[in-house]
Ligand binder design. Sequence first.
Ligand SMILES: Cc1cc2nc3c(=O)[nH]c(=O)nc-3n(C[C@H](O)[C@H](O)[C@H](O)COP(=O)(O)OP(=O)(O)OC[C@H]3O[C@@H](n4cnc5c(N)ncnc54)[C@H](O)[C@@H]3O)c2cc1C
Ligand SMILES: *[C@@H]1O[C@H](CO)[C@@H](O)[C@H](O)[C@H]1NC(C)=O
Ligand SMILES: *[C@@H]1O[C@H](CO)[C@@H](O)[C@H](O)[C@H]1NC(C)=O
Ligand SMILES: *[C@@H]1O[C@H](CO)[C@@H](O)[C@H](O)[C@H]1NC(C)=O
Ligand SMILES: *[C@@H]1O[C@H](CO)[C@@H](O)[C@H](O)[C@H]1NC(C)=O
Length: 543
Amino acid sequence: MKFWSRPTFLLILSLIHLITIPRVYSSSSPTLSLPEHFLRCLDTQPADHNSPNSRTAVIPTNSTFSTNLMAAVRNLRFASTSTRKPEAIVAAVTETHIRAAISCCKLLNLELRIRSGGHDYEGFSYTSPVPFVILDMYNFNKIDINMTDETVWIQAGASLGELYYNIASKSKVHAFPAGVCPKVGAGGHFSGGGFGNLMRKHGLSIDHIIDAQIMDANGRVYRDRRSMGEDVFWAIRGGGGGSYGVILAWKIKLIRVPEKVTVFKLERTVREGAVDLVWKWQQVAPVIDRDLFIRLEIKPINRKISKGKTIKVSFIGMFLGLPERLLNITKQSFPELHLTKSDCMVKKWIESTVFWANYPEKAPIQLLLKRISTNEYYWKRTSDFVQTPISKQGLAKIFQTMIDHSPLPRRVWMQWNPWGGKMAEIESDATPFVHRGGNIFMIEHFMNWYRPGDELEEQFLAIARSFKEAMAPFVSKNPREAFFNYRDVDIGITTPGDNATYEGAKVYGDSYFKGNYLRLVKVKARFDRTNFFRSQQGIPVLA
Ligand SMILES: Cc1cc2nc3c(=O)[nH]c(=O)nc-3n(C[C@H](O)[C@H](O)[C@H](O)COP(=O)(O)OP(=O)(O)OC[C@H]3O[C@@H](n4cnc5c(N)ncnc54)[C@H](O)[C@@H]3O)c2cc1C
Ligand SMILES: *[C@@H]1O[C@H](CO)[C@@H](O)[C@H](O)[C@H]1NC(C)=O
Ligand SMILES: *[C@@H]1O[C@H](CO)[C@@H](O)[C@H](O)[C@H]1NC(C)=O
Ligand SMILES: *[C@@H]1O[C@H](CO)[C@@H](O)[C@H](O)[C@H]1NC(C)=O
Ligand SMILES: *[C@@H]1O[C@H](CO)[C@@H](O)[C@H](O)[C@H]1NC(C)=O
């Protein structure tokens, strides 16, 4: 072998490899495991100078495998021993590494799951029912801010917290409308919509994305929207990146915020009039001044004085202005809330993101940069959209049903997020995100638990499903709409290569995208014809 130069040797090796791999793997080389084949394959692919592709990969026999896997598992339900583990994790540093991972997944018939922040509600970015590889994007976390034209190129693996922190280090009056959890990744969040407390004034993250870069199943990189095509650029802003390609980076346009904003959190129990307040909230929160966003958190709690349970509602507010104007607005439109000056906390926008992330009061903004989590738990979360205000009787019934479904200390609970404002002005086909005008608020359903065990899991999932069933009369119908970024397998799944057809995937396609579903399928058929980028809730290629 020393007679050959290294490139020639690699070329020969890769030819042998290409020709023999499927057969070698199936029978004649029992000594090499599938992960080892994958590692070998990576090094037969074109590599960057002096940087073997396999150096970015870990396989299950490597002692660091588990740490790598768990670094971004946000829901411990998908860390159980019965969950299938990847054959390898590729922590790509360059595009060459991504290209090699794609090629080898094709050669070895593995699925590729792309993980940016790991927040997928059903773990689709790090689990699969079939043998697969994780492409971990966390090294792709560059954030380039141009204050001249107020734009940012942000790589897919960067987190929202990193984005917010970097914006604030350049300006006190710029921000970006996106989610409240700082560890969420730009890759999944932006490709599914991205909503947060600036949405009534500014809309979703996708409404401020002006360009993107993506790699397709052939390893080809498209550096801007023109080269990928406007149809693909449309699809990846809300239709899910995971069905189209590997999103490498987004170009976003910043928005302006006042130097100081106001936040508040008020709590009211049923005794303190929570039913009437929530009823009134439905009338005002979606139409009030769009500088004001008031989220509700509705939770069963133990009564303080007498026995039994009651409901506590938190009104959590974000106001793009100072308390004087805020109090003027609430006195006029929502006097029942009795918001007072002492409830108001005046903060810089970046400090407000720390408040919304539920970090302790006065926590340093450096916490926004923290990516690894140490205190994750088990959960199921889903969504609903409400288009008709719920009556007071309806609300009382919902509260009682929540209590009945809450074997305290565990409980079902909800967040209600007001729509309206800018959300109602954007056409429902401007992006794949279809839930615009006509919605008054979105519900997020929560069920959290803290101990492992299949039986426990079954029990909690059953409670969560039963509660969701009981909510059916109050929420959108035909289809019962759901937010793609709050992915829920109960809506329906398909199996690629089997029933992942236009008709099969329509069950979730309708709930997530309604009239935009067909257009997503057409884009898929053009851009990822072989369905390389697939999952249990993928967009199918047109039959
Ligand atoms: C604690 C928590 C708080 C949240 N808060 C909000 C919120 O305030 N607002 C909101 O809108 N949503 C929120 N979400 C939902 C969140 O937006 C979605 O789960 C989102 O998909 C997560 O993106 P990610 O990159 O972190 O997740 P991942 O699990 O890495 O990815 C999610 C999906 O996108 C795909 N994907 C990821 N990266 C890429 C890429 N580079 N190219 C192509 N496909 C890719 C994955 O394959 C997967 O299917 C929250 C979720 C959690 C767990
Ligand atoms: C484990 O993976 C790391 C990172 O890729 C690598 O440096 C190390 O050599 C691997 N160890 C073994 C035993 O393969
Ligand atoms: C920033 O944007 C301006 C205006 O579009 C442009 O002229 C300039 O080259 C950009 N700067 C960098 C560093 O890209
Ligand atoms: C509050 O409302 C009053 C009466 O509508 C108005 O005169 C005043 O300017 C408002 N103050 C602020 C700070 O908006
Ligand atoms: C597709 O098949 C899977 C089993 O592989 C099944 O669970 C699912 O319900 C099927 N989906 C549809 C829409 O038929």
